[in-house]
Design a protein around this ligand. Sequence first.
Ligand SMILES: [Zn+2]
Length: 342
Amino acid sequence: MSGTQIHTDIDFGLAEGVQYGHLAIPYSHNLGGWANLQVPICVIRNGEGPAALVMAGNHGDEYPGQVAILRLWREVKVEDVQGTLILMPCLNPPAAKAGTRLSPLDGKNFNRCFPGDARGTVSEMLAHYLSTVLFPMVDYVVDLHTGGRSMGFLPCAHMHLVPDLVQREKMRQAAEAFLTEVTFLYADVAGAGLLPSEAERQGKIVITTELGGGELVPASVHRLCQAGLRNVLLHCGVLRGAERTRVEAGLGPARWVQALDREDYRFAPESGLYENCVDLGEVVKKGDLLGLVHSLEVPGREAAKVVANKHGVLVANRGPSLVGQGDCVACVAGVVDWANTM
Ligand SMILES: [Zn+2]
């Protein structure tokens, strides 16, 4: 199938019930010439219905989604499902175990490897398998992220502004079902080859998140991730039951913000110690100071300023104080006018 070198014992056909297994990706290391990286996968199928692929650990150092899917792995019963639910709690186990964004096996950012390569590195082979085997099987693709160790995010569901208006509207409704306080339209300012971009290109309803960031995950973020994911799966109809509306959850209408222009993303002008001068969620005006880069080598020199290029809310900021020239340090998002966007 599709030239893949990945092996699995999972039957993706019409087998009913629960199957637990792995995707086995061949690779070599110095103490294992014929090794296979084992990526866990669970398929729960119960009759006809929608199909959803739910993933986390695309970046190893982003854990709330991995925890939420591990919980579903143990908690969801066949009778809870209608259709097919595929769970992949950790797409990149070596990175998750090392606490890194990039794969220690090939140095790749998995979220820049799509559509992948059947004869490429471990990350490229898995990206190819998702693109050619798993995405075509499903209607919904869920990929849970945080800012990892490098960025903090106002916890949000987010999406690309896909060109197909029917797909866009379904994605908007699905993102709102995550019940985050803010929902975010984003653009790719750091390269192509993203997992959601490939799934969107195939017409899938794609639901993604940025649930905080940093190494400490507050209990509130775990709760938000777990409740939001379940509600999205109820919304999709893959889990049986009624989804909770924002009103039932005690929330107001979804608050959408967007950062679709490159100037909305701010980068460190030089290396040094970065001082966040605004907190996540604060409203800023064009020209407002967002952060300062202090030089360790020339202490007496004035710090380099990073300012907002527009009016909006700070949705992402810098994690580590140590910053390198060109690192993304802030993202300012303005209010979405859906009437004009659609
Ligand atoms: Zn990520």
